[in-house]
Design a protein around this ligand. Structure first.
Ligand code: SF4
Length: 382
């Protein structure tokens, strides 16, 4: 039995077809960082091809009214999570703070390591933040009724199908996100609709929730959330736009990694685990007092989202190579972007000016943060 319930994959294509056919609905797609480096594989393109523009073009041809980038919300996550870390460091909050953007990891923590629940960042995962924003900020801007908006998250992940059903992930009875299509399901729909994916021209995301930075795209690989957070936290603490922000020491594909980062004369100790088996190893050491950290990133899948349960499947003997190539593409996509720090994203700055106020504001807490609780184990594994 999958320890995090991620194999309970439900096909959401039928409900998405129905929403697209419903003229009353304003149907929005958002795409996760890891989908753009894997979707092309379903159409015979080389592993590690970056197909962001073709993916957006395909979604527009499928009939989505707006196509946004979950990377925008990843930048927002960094604003909120980075501020939360700084607050905990300054005011003696619960440490190590542990990332919360992987629902596979959250489900594992709630079931097997509930003693770490208070260590989790209260930030919702990026696609849930995006859902809450589209049904509030964007709805207000466009004069739309939130009840008429239908949000489809295109994700590398099967655990996100369970995440959108959590009762905490809604406001006034309206769900933040209505459906999750995996990379494989999206590919299937593109084929069923007869769209010639390989020959599509590149198209752009819609504004204002389509603008993002290199820091956001690296969320797709293990260590990426940590590096994105460090890029912003270091600039804030040092009060300048630092030139050195490629934190190579947190990159890599080993199951557990650690590093000490010097920021403004202080050592910040960080650790990264990918895959629940590796998370277990790391957390057992933290519990035993053998190691101490300020900040830990955990991703439920080995390699992070690039190897999520909804990604294209290859021969098991080739998966290590696939992981390497997809990770390489993620860091290449980061390098190719003109802005590579989340707090430098002008659309994020505007969002705070126009709507949220500041990170960790009351409105931010209401829309972008959540809570967790101890969960029972599945009967089969009791
Ligand atoms: Fe989903 Fe796996 Fe990514 Fe976690 S690491 S968000 S479980 S794909």
């Amino acid at each position: 039995v999958c320890p995090v319930g991620a194999i309970y994959e439900k096909d959401h294509t039928k409900r998405v077809y129905e929403a697209l056919a419903d003229e009353k609905k304003y149907v929005v797609a958002q795409t996760a960082p890891a989908v753009r480096v894997a979707l092309g594989e379903e159409f015979g393109m080389p592993i590690g091809s970056i197909v962001t523009g073709k993916m957006v073009a395909a979604l527009k041809r499928m009939g989505f009214d707006a196509v946004f980038d979950t990377d925008f919300a990843a930048d927002l996550t960094i604003m909120e999570e980075g501020s939360e870390l700084l607050e905990r460091l300054k005011n003696g909050g619960k440490l190590p703070m542990i990332t919360s953007c992987s629902p596979g990891w959250i489900a594992f923590c709630e079931k097997y390591y509930p003693e770490f629940i208070d260590n989790l960042s209260t930030c919702k995962s990026p696609h849930m933040m995006m859902g809450a924003l589209v049904k509030s900020y964007y709805a207000e801007k466009k004069g739309l009724n939130p009840e008429d908006i239908y949000i489809v998250s295109i994700m590398p992940c099967t655990a996100k199908k369970l995440e959108i059903e959590r009762p905490e992930m809604q406001h006034n009875g309206i769900k933040d996100v209505d459906a999750v299509l995996t990379t494989r399901e999206l590919a299937r729909m593109i084929k069923e609709m007869g769209i010639d994916f390989v020959n599509l021209p590149d198209e752009e995301y819609d504004e204002p929730l389509g603008m993002s930075t290199g820091a956001a795209v690296i969320f797709g690989a293990t260590g990426g959330v940590m590096e994105a957070a460090l890029r912003t936290v270091a600039d804030i603490v040092e009060g300048k736009d630092l030139d050195k922000f490629d934190y190579e020491e947190v990159r890599g594909l080993e199951g557990v990694r650690e590093a000490t980062i010097r920021i403004d004369g202080k050592d910040i100790k960080v650790a990264i685990a990918n895959g629940t088996g590796n998370a277990k190893k790391l957390l057992d050491k933290v519990k035993a007092g053998e190691v101490e950290y300020h900040f830990i990133e955990v991703m439920g899948c080995p390699g992070g989202c690039i190897m999520g349960g909804g990604q294209p499947i290859h021969n098991p003997n080739e998966m290590e190579k696939v992981k390497e190539l997809r990770a390489k593409a993620i860091y290449e996509a980061d390098k190719n972007l003109p802005i590579r720090k989340s707090h430098k994203n002008p659309a994020i700055q505007k969002l705070y000016e126009e709507f949220l106020g500041s990170p960790l504001s009351e409105k931010s807490h209401h829309l972008l943060h959540t809570h967790y609780s101890k969960k029972e184990l599945y009967p089969l594994v009791k």
